[in-house]
Design a protein around this ligand. Structure first.
Ligand code: DSN
Length: 417
């Protein structure tokens, strides 16, 4: 029982070591990913993983939970204070489960929800037809305007008044602009709809004060904890006190059994880290970096959806520069050079979701490494050089060497080497 991992399983040790090198040597630009802190990773690998604790603090279905209650209560109190929430449930294992719990708590199957279409930057669990949310609810999707590529609030208001949804979902995975949640609240109130804000991508920005906070305006707010928030993988739900019982019952026993106390403890640690002044500076830098990366890419001749970014991510429309290059091909070429992005549909994309005409880039991970504006210009130039020379293996190999050298100046997890 006391053997080291290296004594038990060399195959896994080798895989982890390879991925540590990849995470060190590559420029990781997927906007939904981040490097969790050492403290967050340490607690996830702790003895808290050994305990069942079905139920909630003070009312568990298992004995021996006195210390688990302490862990979960700390996570709840810290989340409440970080976001100003009335009630928090920290048990959802992932973002989709968090959204599912809110739907189960506040809706009946067949009810109408309005949410952003996945093809315009929404999320699978916002009513996409291949997801449970699209099967169990009547979904009215909204998207962006064809000219501005931004959400037109008059169109949203018109759809709401026409379809009278029971819930309006605001939130996105590929929308580079800010949300004014007070406007969403006004529209939801005008038709008597619940407002659900899914802030998975921007939770860190909100905690750091660089994006408006939907908590005062929303019936419920869901988020994952591992993106800009830089915690462990997992999710949580914040809601008004009046919905607390329904939402808690929807999570457990409605959708999940035992909570993962080791990741709930890691969430507590992440919320503590997010309440420190350095976290605000970090979030400000993510946004500054995104702006500079976007500007340099545009100077280099790329078209960005909506003409830039106000948050941590951007969507690059490849069709404007390279008619025949798909998002999938571009992401693969960039990976050859050690630059990791994801293919992503752009609004009104003529290609399928597995191919796409765009790529999505974000700055949380490179900012965690300490990179700033100058480095963003270098990264934009690397991207440009790779895509311009995408059929030349020798150029991509040369850039890969440069990327590795560049990344070496910003080391990660040195204690693991
Ligand atoms: N998979 C996440 C993203 O990449 O945006 C959303 O859940």
């Amino acid at each position: 029982m006391d053997k080291l991992l290296a004594e038990v399983d060399q195959e896994i040790v080798e895989i982890v070591s390879n991925d540590l090198s990849r995470q060190q040597d590559c420029l990781m630009l997927i906007p939904s990913e981040n490097y969790a802190s050492r403290a967050v990773m340490e607690i996830q690998g702790s003895i808290l993983a050994n305990k069942y604790a079905e139920g909630y603090p003070g009312e568990r279905y298992y004995n021996g939970c006195e210390f688990m209650d302490g862990v979960e209560s700390l996570a709840i109190e810290r989340a409440k204070s970080l976001f100003g929430a009335e009630h928090v449930n920290v048990q959802p294992h992932a973002g989709t489960q968090a959204n599912m719990a809110v739907y189960h708590a506040l809706l009946e199957p067949g009810d109408t929800i309005m949410a952003m279409a996945l093809s315009h930057g929404g999320h699978l669990s916002h009513g996409d037809k291949v997801n449970f949310s699209g099967r169990y609810y009547n979904v009215v999707p909204y998207g962006v305007d064809a000219d501005t590529e931004r959400i037109d609030m008059e169109v949203v208001a018109g759809l709401a008044s026409q379809h009278r949804p029971k819930m309006i979902v605001v939130g996105a995975t590929a929308y580079p602009r800010q949300f004014d949640f007070s406007e969403w609240k006004e529209i939801a109130d005008s038709v008597g709809a619940y407002l659900l804000a899914d802030i998975a991508h921007i939770a860190g920005l909100i905690a750091g004060g660089v994006h408006p906070n939907p908590v005062p305006y929303s019936d419920a707010v869901t988020t994952t904890t591992h993106k800009t928030l830089r915690g462990p993988r997992g999710a949580m739900i914040m809601c008004k006190s009046e919905h607390a019982d329904k939402i808690d019952r929807a999570v457990f026993p409605g959708l999940q059994g035992g909570p993962f106390l080791h990741t709930i403890a890691a969430r507590a640690v992440a919320f503590k880290e997010a309440s420190e002044p350095e976290f605000k500076t970090y979030q400000e830098q993510i946004v500054k970096n995104a702006k500079v990366l976007a500007e340099r890419l545009m100077e280099n001749g790329f078209r960005l959806v909506s003409g830039g970014t106000e948050n941590h991510l951007m969507l690059l429309d490849l069709t404007a520069k390279y008619e025949k290059l798909s998002g999938r091909q571009a992401a693969d070429h960039l990976e050859d050079a050690g630059i990791i992005v994801n293919k992503n549909s752009i609004p009104f994309d003529r290609r399928k979701p597995r191919t796409t005409s765009g790529i999505r880039l974000g700055t949380p991970m490179v900012t965690t490494r300490g990179m700033q504006e100058d480095e963003m210009r270098t990264i934009a130039d690397f991207i440009t050089e790779v895509l311009e020379n995408r059929l030349k293996g020798s150029v991509k190999r040369k850039i890969r060497e440069k990327v590795t050298e560049f990344c070496a100046q910003f080391p990660i997890y040195e204690y693991l080497k």
